[in-house]
Design a protein around this ligand. Structure first.
Ligand code: SF4
Ligand code: SF4
Length: 152
């Protein structure tokens, strides 16, 4: 994907290249399933074919769409704390990413930073060890982010 700042990728697990299904938009063939690691993602979370992606059907369209606006490393930190054996792990992360993405795209850069700080604090305070409480507590955080009110 096209990041706002490539420096942030070092602190991320390449979420932009993992979270989505990728389809060839000519044939609608699935070329990468969501959460499978893309074969073109290098060890530093950089795309090995970024400048030549026009030659790679499927990736050329899908990989130009999303900009993480520098915030997905926050979700990476949270995701790393979720045990691998929690079956809904990817669903939890996907829903969180989408809610934050939708919220941030409506905001100015200054307000994005405020919401990001809020989201980081909320996520850092969650206990990720218990599946039952985690599902509920992430839902609460998602709702708080969705309805975040700025001070007047
Ligand atoms: S989600 Fe953002 S920070 Fe993470 S690898 Fe992608 S562009 Fe870089
Ligand atoms: S082709 Fe590049 S930008 Fe697209 S998912 Fe793979 S590593 Fe990411």
């Amino acid at each position: 994907m096209i990041p706002s700042s490539v420096t942030m990728c070092e602190r991320c697990d390449g979420l932009c290249c993992r979270v989505y299904d990728i389809f060839d938009q000519t044939t609608w063939r699935l070329v990468k399933r969501a959460w499978d690691k893309c074969g073109y993602l290098d060890v530093n979370n950089r795309c090995r074919i970024h400048t030549t992606r026009d030659k790679h059907p499927g990736y050329s369209d899908s990989c130009s769409i999303y900009d993480c606006l520098e915030w997905w490393p926050i979700v990476t930190s949270f995701a790393r704390r979720i045990p691998e054996d929690i079956p809904q792990k990817f669903a939890i992360i996907s829903s969180l990413l989408e809610v934050i993405r939708l919220k941030l795209t409506t905001l100015s850069e200054e307000n994005r930073k405020i919401v990001l700080l809020f989201a980081a604090r909320e996520l850092n305070s969650l206990d990720t060890s218990n599946q039952e409480t985690l599902l509920l507590s992430v839902k609460v955080v998602r709702t708080k982010i969705e309805h975040y009110k700025f001070d007047d």
